[in-house]
Design a binder for this molecule. Structure first.
Ligand code: NAD
Ligand code: UDP
Length: 359
């Protein structure tokens, strides 16, 4: 597991075969001269990259401490993406969710301290939890626009297990901050806001099982001509961010270690805010332009969150990122509007799964 590159040119990426990891990997292998050690328990989204001479795929779990230590000891930078980050698991598999997102991720942080690696930790916009606007029926921007270093982080009760993931990620952020404060850990924390794009999740029944995130749920319904399910009416809002823009932001962070050191950045597209109900209508409209005429007729249907996710689910009402910090410090802003992001994504899913779904 050695290469001839100096340690400064080696990057470890945990979760490299996930949605975000696969896009970051592809970008770094085509536009940089880093050697990437990619760690994942799956290789399904990166098979086409495995023979790249600048890439070493390490088929290990992040729980395999001796193997992970060996890899990290050779790297200057660690990008921590490995996670269980699917809302349908937060109230059904909370022990696994907390263990991987906090306990196992913490071991990586300790190794970064020991080997003096720079850490780029993917956290989540869910650490903001509920908005003051939602709790207090307010429309004031300060009550719903989320700022990295100012906004309060508001979680629901412990019994509402939706917040298992957000709480695990929040505690992880706090311990990273503490390691930075006490031991000088060099870190950047990233809070992604609903990235979307090709390769996101899976289509249940085709290449995975369970309930994926909303984009893949809606794609499954479109491909199989079944109603798109609007949880509790689809009134929650999200700011969907195209993966290419998100990877651009990541590259700015990676390439600017001094400016990014000990900082937290939102990565999101506030201009792409939409209710889930309107997302469903927009995806139906765009799908009808791509798929053969008359292949989708099923429409939408409302379903309760209890029926869809089970007990202990609670929704995040609204998540609008303030992106002035990353814009001012690193010159990044998102370029892709929602319609364009969805067009590219739906075309990708249709090419990949369309024919299978028809049979
Ligand atoms: P993903 O589920 O597509 O990828 C996660 C990857 O981690 C998968 O390839 C999985 O196989 C791997 N993994 C899981 N358990 C592992 C283990 N024990 N050892 C090694 N690998 C393991 O998720 P994603 O969307 O790519 O998200 C990546 C990161 O970004 C996560 O930390 C997530 O919390 C965060 N995030 C993503 C979004 C988003 O919009 N996609 C939003 C908020 C936060
Ligand atoms: N949702 C929905 N129908 C689905 C899947 C999800 O209405 O088939 C809703 C979900 O309740 C939430 C939003 O879509 O309000 C986004 O869900 P996602 O799983 O993508 O992740 P989140 O943004 O909540 O982390």
């Amino acid at each position: 597991m050695t290469n001839s590159q100096p340690r400064t040119k080696n990057i470890a990426i945990t979760g490299c075969s996930g949605f975000i990891g696969s896009h970051i990997l592809e970008r770094l292998l085509t536009t940089s001269d880093y050697h990437i050690y990619g760690i994942d328990i799956s290789e399904s989204k990166i098979r086409h990259l495995i023979n790249n001479k600048s890439f070493t795929f390490c088929h290990h779990s992040i729980t395999d401490t001796p193997k992970i230590r060996e890899i990290l000891s050779q790297c200057e930078t660690v990008v921590s993406l490995a996670a269980l980050c699917n809302p349908s698991l937060y109230n059904t598999k909370p022990v696994d969710v907390i263990t991987i997102n906090f306990t196992n991720a913490l071991e990586i942080i300790k190794m970064c301290c020991e080997f003096k690696c720079r850490l780029i930790q993917f956290s989540t916009c869910e650490v903001y939890g509920k908005t003051l606007a939602g709790l207090m029926c307010s429309n004031k921007p300060d009550d719903y626009i989320l700022k990295e270093d100012q906004t309060n982080l508001i979680m629901g009760p412990v019994s509402t297990q939706r917040w298992s993931y957000a709480s695990a990620k929040q505690l992880l952020e706090r311990i990273i901050y503490a390691y930075g404060f006490e031991y000088g850990l060099n870190y950047t924390i990233v809070r992604p806001f609903n990235f979307i794009g090709p390769q996101m999740d899976y289509i249940p029944g085709s290449d995975g099982e369970g309930v994926p995130r909303v984009l893949a749920c809606f794609m499954k319904s479109l491909l199989y001509n079944k109603p798109l399910k609007l949880v509790d009416g689809g009134l929650s809002r999200r700011c969907f961010t195209f993966i290419k823009d998100a990877v651009d932001a990541f590259v700015q962070i990676l390439e600017n270690p001094e400016i990014s050191n000990q900082q937290i950045f939102n990565i999101g597209n506030p201009k792409n805010e939409i209710t889930i109900k309107d997302l469903a209508y927009l995806m139906i409209e765009l799908y009808e332009q791509i798929a053969p005429r008359g292949s989708f007729t099923a429409g939408t249907e409302i379903i309760s969150s209890l029926e869809f996710y089970g007990k202990g689910y609670e929704d995040s009402d609204r998540r609008v990122p303030d992106i002035s910090k990353i814009q001012n410090m690193l010159g990044w802003k998102p370029e892709t509007d929602l319609r364009k992001a969805l067009q590219i994504t739906i075309e990708h899913y249709f090419r990949k799964y369309g024919t299978t779904a028809e049979n």
